[in-house]
Design a binder for this molecule. Structure first.
Ligand code: IMP
Ligand code: MG
Length: 338
């Protein structure tokens, strides 16, 4: 009964979409559940096409996987239907009856909130405002929307039954450990707990059923919005290193810093991963670009990975070497790490 939970180790944008889409293609899980909400943009590049998903699970690339939205997640009806069309996944998308629904007034309320927009640097997608309504118990949920009627299911029941049958389920976390409402750099955080524990709570599955937690670290650290970023580089330096990126949802330039071992250790403590995925490895070691086997990596690239794996005492199992979902070195079948 493999239940795999994928979460971010930095401040979001670690490449969870790429990792989850890869796992979808090779593991072909029965179910992939998306947590979080539409403030999170997960990018999938596969076979020459690019999708920027804000609510659908990144496993959509595997056509046999059922795609579910967690009861603890928040969707926006127009975003959901747009993504179902863009990904051609009509007929295999399911929404929990209790999934929260963001309405235009939530977006308007955030966009006119100066503290949120200017001090925190919110993405202004209405997620926090909808969470406020949820806690006040006035937020509408998916079961109240006739247009969602055909998509409604009991996600925690489906997931638990699938695990009991011996099927594979992937839970896709959003944002990153240090944007967690409880464990991040408060108040410069998002409106939910983004750690492994928070993510499974959104789905309704016991910690006892989790077989693997995969913690995703990009090869360098990025952050959009306000809040501390240890070792932050100047924008000129970020560009010179080839690390310039823009936010998927907002288009804002991402601040960047080198891989940070102190943050990584804390992310490991908070999530206790069984595996680590490193993404954008080819941004650090251009010779690694497009490589699919450990033996094809340059020696210094291998040493960098070994040092990190030893320092964190967690095996590095997945190494992203390019944009495409399949540009991945998969160590789950080879042996590495302490
Ligand atoms: P909010 O959750 O949209 O209110 O944004 C709060 C903070 O979290 C801001 O710094 C955002 O830039 C950041 N944030 C929210 N979602 C994401 C994400 O998916 N990736 C990266 N940063 C995010
Ligand atoms: Mg993102």
């Amino acid at each position: 009964m493999p239940l795999i939970v994928v979460v971010g180790g930095w401040f979001g944008d670690e490449g969870k979409g790429k990792v989850v889409s890869y796992l979808g293609l090779v593991d072909k899980p029965s179910i992939c559940v998306r947590t979080g909400s539409i403030n999170a943009g997960h990018t999938v590049n596969y076979n020459g096409r690019t999708w920027k998903l804000r609510i659908l699970p990144s496993c959509f690339v595997n056509e046999t996987t059922r795609l579910m939205i967690a009861p603890g997640a928040l969707l926006k009806v127009d975003v959901l239907f747009r993504e179902i069309e863009e990904t051609g996944s009509r007929g295999r998308v399911w929404v929990d009856a209790n999934t929260g629904v963001i309405e235009d007034r939530h977006v308007e309320s955030e966009r006119s909130n100066e503290y949120l927009m200017k001090v925190i640097g919110s993405t202004g997608q209405g997620v926090g405002a909808a969470m406020v309504d949820r806690v006040l118990r006035v937020l509408k949920t998916a079961k109240e929307f006739p247009e969602l009627r055909e998509l409604i299911t009991d996600v925690s029941k489906e997931v638990n039954e699938e695990l009991d049958r011996g099927g594979e389920v992937i839970i896709e976390g959003t944002q990153g450990t240090f944007l967690s409402l409880y464990h991040g750099t408060y108040p410069f955080v998002t409106s939910r707990d983004t750690t492994a524990a928070g993510v499974i709570s959104e789905v309704g599955v016991s910690p006892r059923l989790v077989s693997d937690v995969i913690l995703v670290f990009k090869a360098y650290v990025t952050r959009v919005g306000a809040g501390e970023l240890p070792g932050e580089l100047s924008m000129e330096e970020v560009i010179a290193r080839g690390w310039a990126e823009r936010g998927t949802v907002t288009g804002r330039p991402r601040r960047a810093a080198p891989f940070n071992m102190d943050l990584a250790r804390r992310a490991v403590m908070l999530n206790r991963p069984t595996q680590i995925a490193i993404t954008k490895f080819d941004a650090l070691f251009p010779d690694a670009h497009g490589k699919k086997r450990w033996d094809d990596l340059p020696v210094e690239a291998r040493r960098w990975l070994e040092n990190i794996s030893e320092a964190l005492r967690v095996p590095i199992t997945l190494i992203g070497t390019g944009e495409d979902s399949m540009d991945m070195i998969d160590m789950r079948r080879e042996v590495m790490g302490p």
